[in-house]
Design a protein around this ligand. Structure first.
Ligand code: UD1
Length: 365
């Protein structure tokens, strides 16, 4: 028996999570897997080119919704997706992560009585000012089978009253992608192209509204990074959202500092750069996990994280702007926690998800 499975993705981190699942679904011969790309991310660097570097070759149906305020964007995705799902009537809708496309997918499927599987379920920052936290709460509420990457996720879902039978601690699909792509990433010459050598540079990524939307904070952060750049060159691939904010605020980076703004990189180049870095400064969720896996010190510019395992066993630490300099110097002095790899982050998460999905679908069809 072949099951019809429809996955919804829309943003750069979604693609990283879906690629290993698509590979195991195809290899199983039991899942007819179709993928809808909402078009939430549309810049080639975040979408087409990025997908290519991940090895996700399948042609995706693109709904081309583009950017907009949260309500409007979610609504546009729902409208287009409802039409798609009513026509296709899949046996299951699969959503990943916590972006607006994830929420829209879960809402549409639930209203059409199509069961929902959520990958990367249960994570909570407990901060409802983050749009992603709202997306996580609602998506999990609507999901019928929930795949969790770390133990905190299981605790949250149980505390929220989710049926324990529906919760599966399976590990982290992002690490499946990382392990699959690492050999190809190591062939990339991005370090020499950018004029840096292994262990002698840092990587910066910032795109969260809480860091980049308020001009005063963005100026302060940029000046702090310029100052750190004098001790260690910092490469900063700039997310389009951040680029727009920097331009709106008229912020220019001092070219004499070691802080270098570059265009967003594809997955293999970014992975290669990450693996060779002395340290990473970020507000991304996924990068906290990737650095923990790679054992690279990670300074997360946020007051909270929905991924506490990266603090408990990994190399991650939450830092305030005032603490940046001292943490930075501790890393340079090699006084940072070496960390270890969380349980089940072993490159086999997609396989474990497939096993559970087959049981779930078998019991319903
Ligand atoms: C989205 C996710 C965030 C995730 C991030 C990863 C939500 C609520 N946010 O944030 O959780 O960490 O993706 O990258 O879903 N833009 C472009 N080109 C693009 C896409 C966006 O220029 O291809 C610019 C536009 O100015 C747009 C802004 O970025 O208004 C924000 O894009 P949006 O998709 O709403 O959120 P992200 O900040 O990318």
């Amino acid at each position: 028996m072949t099951y019809q499975l429809l996955s919804v993705v829309g943003t750069r981190p979604n693609f990283v999570k879906l690629a290993p699942l698509d590979r195991v679904f195809e290899a199983s011969g039991k899942i007819d897997h179709r993928i809808v790309h909402t078009g939430q991310h549309y810049a080639p660097a975040l979408s087409g080119d990025f997908l290519k570097s991940l090895g996700l070759k399948k042609s995706l149906r693109n709904l081309e919704v583009g950017s907009g305020p949260h309500g409007a964007q979610t609504g546009w995705i729902m409208e287009a997706l409802e039409e798609e799902c009513s026509r296709e009537r899949p046996d299951l809708m699969l959503v990943v992560g916590d972006v607006n496309s994830t929420l829209a997918g879960a809402l549409v499927a639930a209203k059409l009585h199509i069961p929902v599987a959520h990958v990367e379920s249960g994570l909570r920052s407990k901060d409802r000012k983050m749009p992603e936290e709202i997306n996580r709460l609602v998506t999990d509420r609507l999901s019928d089978i929930l795949f969790v990457s770390e133990p905190s996720g299981v605790e949250h879902l149980r505390a929220e009253g989710v049926d324990p039978e529906a919760i599966h601690l399976v590990g982290n699909v992002m690490i499946d992608s990382l392990l699959h792509c690492l050999p190809a990433a190591r062939e990339r010459d991005v370090m020499s192209r950018l004029g840096v050598s292994r262990g002698a540079y840092g990587v910066v990524t910032l795109h969260r509204p809480s860091n980049v939307d308020e001009p005063e904070r963005l100026v302060r952060l940029t000046r702090s990074l310029e100052s750190l750049g004098h001790s260690l060159p910092l490469l900063y691939p700039v997310h389009p959202r951040t680029r727009v904010r920097l331009e709106e605020c008229g912020i220019e980076v001092d070219s004499k500092s070691g802080l270098r703004l570059i265009d967003p990189l594809d997955y293999l180049d970014f992975l290669s750069l990450l693996e060779g870095a002395k340290l990473v400064l970020t507000d991304s969720g996924g990068i906290q996990e990737e650095t923990t896996f790679l054992g690279i010190p990670c300074l997360t510019l946020r007051p909270n994280t929905e991924r506490p395992i990266t603090l408990e066993v990994g190399t991650n630490r939450l830092v305030r702007i005032e603490e940046l300099e001292s943490c930075f110097q501790r890393v340079l002095a090699d006084e940072w926690n070496k960390g270890s790899v969380p349980e089940l982050w072993d490159g086999k998460t997609a396989e474990r998800i497939l096993v559970q999905l087959e049981i779930f679908l078998g019991s319903r069809c």
